[in-house]
Ligand binder design. Sequence first.
Ligand SMILES: Cc1cc2nc3c(=O)[nH]c(=O)nc-3n(C[C@H](O)[C@H](O)[C@H](O)COP(=O)(O)OP(=O)(O)OC[C@H]3O[C@@H](n4cnc5c(N)ncnc54)[C@H](O)[C@@H]3O)c2cc1C
Length: 718
Amino acid sequence: MTEGCNCRAFVDMYSYDIQTSQICERRVWRCQGMSVAHPVSIRLPSGSGRAQNSDSSERGVMSTTEPVNEPGKVFTVEADASTAYWHNSPANAFPPPDMMGAYMRNRPVPGQAVEGRKAWIIGSGIAGLAAAFYMIRDGGMAGADITILDALQVEGGSLDGAGNPEEGYIIRGGREMNWNYDNLWDLFQDIQALELPEGYSVLDEYRLVNDNDPNYSKARLMHKQGQVRDFSTFGLSKSQQWELIRLLLKRKEDLDDVTIEQYFSPGFLETNFWYFWRSMFAFENWQSLLEMKLYMHRFLDAIDGLADMSALVFPKYNQFDSLVRPLVNHLTQRGVKVQFGTRAYDLDMSVDGEAHTVTGIRARVSGVDTVIPVGPKDVVFALTGSMTEGTAYGDMDHAPVLERSRHDPGDESDWALWKNLATKSPVFGKPEKFYGDTDRSMWESVTLTCKPSPLVERLKELSVNDPYSGKTVTGGIITFTDSNWVLSVTCNRQPHFPDQPKDVLVLWAYALLMDKDGNHVQKPMPACTGHEILAELCYHLGIADQIDAVVANTKVRLALMPYITAMFMPRAAGDRPHVVPRGCTNLGLMGQFVETSNDIIFTMDSSIRTARIAVYTLLGLRKQVPDISPTQYDIRSILKAARALNNNEPFPGERLLHRVLGKTYYAHILPPLPDHEGSTRETVEDELGRLLGKGGQALGAIGGWLEQIRESFSSRRS
Ligand SMILES: Cc1cc2nc3c(=O)[nH]c(=O)nc-3n(C[C@H](O)[C@H](O)[C@H](O)COP(=O)(O)OP(=O)(O)OC[C@H]3O[C@@H](n4cnc5c(N)ncnc54)[C@H](O)[C@@H]3O)c2cc1C
């Protein structure tokens, strides 16, 4: 027990006894303030556990929360691969912290008993739905004991999709995804796809769609009213490449509150690379450099697909129909309840030393103040904020009108919950750093419901397949680099909605800069009606003269989102609370505004990941949530990223690597050299000369010598 700690309690826990091969229940002293159990040897009769198998050994009991077998270490649910050198050792039975794959699919021994307990989940976005899923799948809780509360009248949160062909469809965004959304696939491999036979999951559906229809773009960047701009390379000078490499090398803790524009040179912010990056991930120049760094690591393996978007995969339909509907179906079949019209604005807590225990949820239910009691053994999961909170809507004839003021969202907002928590303890962070300047976190999106018109004809020219073919259309966004708003437009596979008529296409557009007049319409985007935004889009597509025919066949719906990039605002350590903040005994925080070791934000995967961490930690499950995919350390990812950064030309030293590895087992890890050059001795010596000056000639001789050795090996083999 921790010295001087006064927040002890008995907790019923399960553990696995290797000697008897029994899962048994026992009672442990738990030091609540540390969020870590300190077991004492009180063993209840083992008959209460489920027998697993008859094998026995000498090693004794492994508790779900005991220190692991490395002295001084406790079990960590969220392992951080970047903290220390990892290696096998007798003192370490765990795989690397970023281990992915089937080994991580272990079914954990239940940590704490869940019978008779309830879970309260605030927010029915993907994070809240995932929390319910993992409480059932890995925590063993009955669905009937889980209630999800949401202020809105529909599940899904930011994953929306609504409307009809008459009034126009609306999606606040589309979902670019990639293969290593490991948490999302972990979940959706267990969710039945709605349009496939029993037993086929959403992951199976996803693979069927994307494996058979590659995504790529033939018009990623455009300018000059309808001309495709060369987007074959990143367009980075050597010094700009070095700016990126230096960022990868920087330590995370050195980047508190630093912005992108403080770090990069002005020239960098005009390159193709930056247009690809800022428009694909929705970064503003004044936002967090740390977050940009985390993105670089997270997507290093895909960076060579950034230019033509071949790194992306997309759901079959919009995100609501493809992801939310099947997941809600899964949960409601298991008895999970969703209570709509309920906005939680504060949590009642009992405080004992450092320990904070939620005892009630203060909520406005259909406008009436209510306290939902939380039992002593219950668990609460809450969203600290939402990127789509306070969305203002507009249409063809009406510009959206914001309901949130610039610096304070007010008490009638979802942010009230985090605001109120932050007044209770510094462990809950500083929400105002994220919601406190909507001018810097806002942008607007546009959904276009299109019947045949000159807009559709223009789109056909810019698409990789016929828009009506059911296959990839534009393959991701087309960005207009000379647009004052930094406007982008995309058409995903059609139909985008299951009920969409055959002659209708649904397009989506968005822009990053909200304070500049358009190039054609002399107003900032938020002041424009749908009609005006359509005119601006047609101008950039080079069909401004055909606007009347386009308007007659297009419906426009607008969504102005004041907090859409609030999570990217510059931040420092401690601004975001941990998933289970220090001292919280029954509260897990999820979503886009919580601290994780290395994960990025603005993804569905990260919301699901935080829910997993919260569930496993609060239930004391001995199951790890791996760190982000280790592909950033794969030498092949590094080599191809280096080639891509160097505008697809061999990077310095690459020819030498070809010379050394060319005919070895490792030859395949190198990107092939361009057709116009072989790996001749001259090119290597040239390269060395450039790299090292005169000393390069001596090294060139060494290179030749290495090649002789390598050839003598291969001739001996044959
Ligand atoms: C335009 C757009 C484009 C995007 N593009 C991508 C993409 O390409 N790829 C990708 O991976 N991700 C993308 N995302 C991000 C992704 O959709 C989100 O990260 C994810 O959906 C967030 O889920 P969440 O559950 O954490 O929060 P949200 O979905 O924001 O959940 C909010 C829900 O919780 C409710 N709620 C919140 N607080 C309370 C409260 N106090 N009381 C009651 N109810 C509450 C809200 O009513 C809402 O229903 C995009 C998002 C948007 C909006």
